[in-house]
Write a protein that binds this ligand. Sequence first.
Ligand code: BGC
Length: 726
Amino acid sequence: MISWLIEENSYDKDKISANGNKFLIGNGYLGIRGTLPEYEKDQFVAINLSGIYDQVGNAWREPLNAPNALFTYVEFDGQEYRLPNGEPSTNTLALDYRYGLFKSKSSFGTDKGRLSIEVERFASMVNEHCILMKYSVTSDYDGELNIYTGIDGEVWDINGPHYDEIRYSIQEDVLISNALTHENKDRVCVSEKIKYNFEAKKEKVEKDNKLVRKISIDAKKGFTYEIYKFITVYTSKDCKNPIEESVTLVRNIWDKGYFKLLEEHKREWDKIWDTSEIIIDGDDKAEEGINYSIYHLHSIAPRHSKSLSIPARGLSGQTYKGAIFWDTEMFMLDFFLNTEPDVAKTLLKYRIDTLEGAMKKASFYGYKGAFYAWESQENGYDACSDYNVTDVFTGRPMRTYFKDKQIHISSAIVYGIMKYINRTGDYDLITEGGYKVIIECANFYHNLLLTKVGSEVYELRDVIGPDEYHERVNNNAYTNRMAKFTFESALDVIKMIKENKWKPEEEYSLEELESKFEDASCKIYIPKPEDKTSIIPQFDGYESLEDIEINRLKERLLNDKEYWGGAYGIASDTKVIKQADVITMLNLFHKEYSEEVMLKNWQYYEPRTEHGSSLSACMYALVACKCGMPDRAYPFFLKSALPDILGGGKQWAGLIYIGGTHPASSGGAYMTVVEGFGGIYFEDGVVKARPCMPEGWKSLKFKVSYLNKLYQVNIENNKADIKQIQ
Ligand code: BGC
């Protein structure tokens, strides 16, 4: 049994940034960093909004943070009690991840006694526009208490400021901030109304860079002064009149009251957990890690939309430009397919709706077809810069080729769509544009095929595979195999069209497409295991690079934030790789390889992998399970499940801050439990399992959805009992 509570019981200023991620709450529309209400932008406060971006000048385009209407602090007998200034006598941060409830408790010893402040807040799972907070102050001596509470419009931006103006206004007792974005002149409107359980001596509103009420109280010892904050957020992308909507809604929820809203919110979470909770008997650490990972995926799932995706750092801020990477399709999608296929559809619909952006990108580089954005924002705009890393030595931007050469991104979209239809049996996604995505991605790869003089074999040259440390390589095994998969999928789609399942709008010449994709899928070069060693070369020439242990390579670092890849990176001319690459391919296409080949490659590549990306560990865990080594998989599973609890993960790429939550890693942890240890796979309309549980796991229980039916899976002694329950 787990407690569903993550706690931190000491106060450490250096952990403010990591705790912001660890204690994050959210509802898919917005994410609220786990910071205290008295914090300001220097403490990385963010109410991060999904799917709305802004660019200032030539700086990176990034998602918006809303003005912070949670802002609150106290003054007692003329003295402010406001972290990070001062030292609390006790401080607890907690996250009830069963219900997405952030809690904190700080107490301060004063000359006369003790003052304590408690906070509870949540981002409503019932209505995504609502945020609720309960703020309580108690002292054990009488005194003059002032509570300051309102809206802080000085938001934290990495590449801002994103608001050209913030207009504050008051409508009766509702505080309103109306912010105008720089690039698209979007509006972000936040309304706030409060309720409290005491008679205030005086209340007045002060306005400077913030709009704040000062509530003065003759505080009596032992009485708990409670303020309930009701907050709503709307943008002009949500509706025509975001001010009106946010004011109306804030009044409605105010009428309903905090506890009713909390109850409804909890009920919604219970429903969500009903199909997604994982129970592991015999290993509380694993059970906590996996459900905490699932919690993060739930808090950023765009349930409110029909077409939206999840950024690589979730809703934890502006890191990675709030952009969507291959992380979603390749690492998070399985979780949603198994637990909430509608969310999976929303994620893929976003890709269908951004096809135009992908076609534009391809055409920019002189190609036909669809080349999806490496870092996708609205309309498929690629936010990835040509200079994505800053050199620590010169301070100059370094040319990186992620955007132009990481062509495997298009195949991830195809992979996601095919998986969705195979798992759900819902072909609407294909007929509503998915077919075009697949055909255009295949067209894109077809453009890129090259043959050596006198050869018939197709090659893909000058690419970057998942391992970003080796740029501009030829015949990356993963990329080539995924391109082949794309051709095969396009052929499946053409067959469906021919069987008259529907009529495409485009005037495709199906015969022509069929013959070219058939030819491409047969003749594309897929690097094979070497005869003697069984090792699959990650790309042409990999075998002749310098073979050096990672620890010895690290000794060459001149700066701990130095970038390992690129033209002069310490790893670039060595066999050391950033993340699972061949192993990712083996995981996806394991049916084509013997266990021996998988094992040999695992043993070869693992010591050469830096795991510099949080996407890496789960692939090693999954392949270890496929080789019957659950205990070798286990540490990689923990590495995937725990980065946000432990506050680890890389914080810098060169001089660029990359801290935030790690949803792909959470998704990878999920895949490891269900598909690795649980050994679940789906075949011929049947849910099947080949379990491979770590030592000490007495039983593993979860539910999965397949072809519109829900199954309960119970595994004990590596035997699975799978029953349809709905
Ligand atoms: C990884 C990519 C990943 C991105 C976002 C990078 O460090 O190399 O594979 O998509 O982070 O998570």
